[in-house]
Design a binder for this molecule. Structure first.
Ligand code: SF4
Ligand code: SF4
Ligand code: SF4
Length: 326
């Protein structure tokens, strides 16, 4: 019975990935699956391979003690796939691009792009869909840029909270929105807007390489990136939550050094819930000797809520990896 239980989640992930990708292969005229572009019927092979990838990831991540390492490997793999396709696209191999056009790979463009252009992009639609389905998982499993911040911050985590985090986050968010409106209003050419967006991305990369690395925390993602701020503010559209059990928590503070998102500070432990920048990544779960940190989803038990979260998030991660290219 225990043996069968180990395979329940991986099998569910396998089936859910098929459910997400088969309609894409059958219904979309312009092949969205990469292998289909090179080999007729190759899309089916890609679906099978990516579903098997989901099985392996789910098998390992159902063990809370393996989440931190596996999330980092798989998120990095996601980013490598994404940026490899960007580089091939830059060298003129248009088959690697979803729409055949290059877009700036800076997450801020998910917000600023539609404001500047006046219409939604594929990436914006993808972002909103994942927000509805898996809450803040975009910022722990699905963003090509966040994976770099995750790697950079992998050292020892500082215990003190990031100071003035919300002042910085809200200022950057408002500046990005206002900037995109002004660029549109002044009919600033695409080339100039692209240069500005690239400059924003370079500043972000600087933060990742200098500040996040020093702090051992994802400072770029928790205090700078406007998409991260939107995720923080809108994550409650989705019912997944993380709680700290009122009675069993001994306030030992061991878990506070496992959180890279500045969401498990002593004040959060006292309030018995992670801070708003929590992305439900799950890194902290196994650090708690009292099993006090628990996933919640409506009336489901913590174990079922966590499995449901893994099912949705791993499937979206795998399916998006098969599709998402700029
Ligand atoms: S905060 Fe920004 S860069 Fe970080 S994971 Fe989220 S969207 Fe990506
Ligand atoms: S509180 Fe836990 S689940 Fe939330 S971001 Fe921090 S480590 Fe991840
Ligand atoms: S590790 Fe567990 S018991 Fe200790 S402070 Fe964190 S939630 Fe509480």
């Amino acid at each position: 019975m225990k043996f069968l239980n180990r395979y329940r989640l991986p099998v569910a992930v396998f089936l859910f990935i098929l459910f997400l990708l088969i309609p894409v292969q059958l219904m979309v005229d312009n092949p969205m699956l990469l292998l289909e572009r090179f080999l007729p019927g190759g899309g089916w092979i890609e679906i099978a391979l990516i579903a098997l990838y989901g099985v392996v990831v789910a098998y390992h991540m159902q063990d809370p003690s393996k989440v931190q390492a596996w999330r980092r490997y798989t998120w990095l793999a996601f980013s490598v796939v994404f940026f490899s396709q960007l580089i091939l696209g830059l060298f003129g191999y248009e088959k690697f691009l979803m729409t055949g056009k290059l877009h700036i790979p800076v997450p801020m463009m998910i917000l600023a792009g539609p404001i500047y252009r006046g219409h939604l992009s594929v990436m914006s639609i993808l972002f909103v869909s994942t927000l509805v389905l898996s809450g803040p998982a975009w910022c722990s499993h699905l963003c090509y840029f966040g994976a770099i911040d995750s790697i950079s911050s992998s050292g020892k985590t500082r215990r003190s909270p990031i100071r003035n985090k919300w002042a910085l986050k809200s200022t950057v968010l408002l500046l990005v929105i206002a900037g995109a409106i002004v660029l549109r209003w002044l009919k600033v050419p695409v080339f100039t807007a692209t240069l500005l967006a690239t400059g924003f991305g370079v500043i972000g990369l600087g933060l990742i390489l200098l500040v996040s690395r020093k702090e051992g925390r994802m400072v770029h993602c928790t205090a700078f990136c406007p998409i991260g701020t939107i995720v923080n503010l809108t994550r409650f559209v989705n019912p997944f939550r993380l709680t700290i059990d009122q009675n069993s928590c001994t306030e030992c503070m061991v878990c506070t050094t496992t959180c890279k998102y500045d969401a498990l500070n002593p004040s959060d432990i006292a309030a018995r819930k992670p801070g708003i920048t929590c992305t439900l990544c799950g890194d902290c779960i196994s650090s708690c000797h009292a099993s006090s940190i628990q996933y919640r989803f409506l009336r489901l038990s913590p174990r079922r809520a966590r499995n449901l979260y893994l099912l949705i998030t791993i499937s979206l991660h795998a399916a998006t990896m098969a599709l998402a290219r700029i």
